[in-house]
Design a protein around this ligand. Sequence first.
Ligand SMILES: O=C(O)CCC(=O)C(=O)O
Ligand SMILES: [Fe+2]
Length: 447
Amino acid sequence: MPAPTTDATSAADILDPTSAAYKKARKKYLNTTRNRDAHVEADWTPFRAAEKRFKARFPPPDLSDVLDVAVSDESRAEEIVKGGWRGRGDAVRCKKIELGGEGSSSRTAYIFPDTPGLVLLPSFVPPDEQRRLVRWALCEQARHPNETNLDTHYVLPEEGLWNNYLDVCAGHRGDEIIQPRALVATPTTEAVSEPPGPRMLISNEPVDKENYGAISTTPKLPPAPSTSAQAIRTSALIPKLRWANIGWSYHWGTKQYDFSKGKGVISDEIRSVCKRAVRSVSWEEVFGEENATRDDWGDEGPDWNSWNKTYEPDAGIVNFYQTKDTLMAHVDRSEVCATSPLVSISLGCAAVFLIGGLTRDVEPTPILLRSGDVVIMSGPACRRAYHGVPRILEGTLPPHLQHNASSGGEMWEVYEQYLRSARININVRQVFPRGFDPQIHANSHEG
Ligand SMILES: O=C(O)CCC(=O)C(=O)O
Ligand SMILES: [Fe+2]
């Protein structure tokens, strides 16, 4: 099997001071910090300082202030011991609540008095469903007609990059060379360049019912193919996959949805996991005592008591992270629905997730997210809170996603090898409130 060029260092290596990986990280650290100006650090916001701390390769970050609710769950003991990294079950102020409904492997969730509307549902997705979602993300979602970060820059195989890679691994075809699009495309002046690599973070105007018409009718220029992208083999391109679009098309250049492209399909399984998660939460317990003003919720006031009926996901992003990748502090404010639940599913390696407040000056809460965990971000305080992922934790692929895992299914060893140094996050949103007709609002602006 041609191995994708990834860094599958285990946590045991990084955390062991006698290991070669630890010594290499220390040497690199000493070289890069030799001339660092101490004043630079004094200017960092609390969010930036936390990002820097968790990102650090050396010394490996101390996770004792990171909330890790899995440490008190017997059924996850093996996952934690083998993974090496662990936080603390009591590191952060939170309250345990019971989940209702069916179809989750766990019955508990956590809410956070410092971030009303944030709900953590540990182990919500059972192992067999985690494996199905991993297959779905790579085989079905990260391919035409859904857009991925690679489409702009490379002429991807019709059947999808991952499906092509599976064929390579099965010996059905060679590890072919994929051509950069800049070589074959006719140059157009009406294009903006987005370099391949990490997601671009652009400051964007929050969308609401009033400005939706203007924003939706502003033309969104297509991104230009990178002129520096080189011809590359399928196996080497796999680790460069960074995101795939779900539902309404997201335009990265403006950080707005491009409604002119129409709405892509939302898979039944994704819809069902998200709806199950939202319905299982007793929203009365989350928001019942919250004394946020009605204004924070928009004109019609709080609507959480109808979410069990009205929540309907219609867009999203699948994020594919390699262990070296990070997602910087940002706020997702492109949805017309600024308070309805955003459901975020973690698969593969564990990560440190940071969530702060309305500015980067608020000290963020660090939470360890493991495979199968679901986070719901909802309500005005949480949906507008800065958040990010400063660290994917090496060596934390849980036993149930490894190749000898029972019922891994066909060619699971290829998935396992990819996941050893990867995390997949399925981030699902509701763009429009129920009853909001995008056509009518766009026309009312024109008229
Ligand atoms: O990977 C995650 O857990 C969060 C991703 C995220 O915040 C986003 O896609 O906007
Ligand atoms: Fe986000």
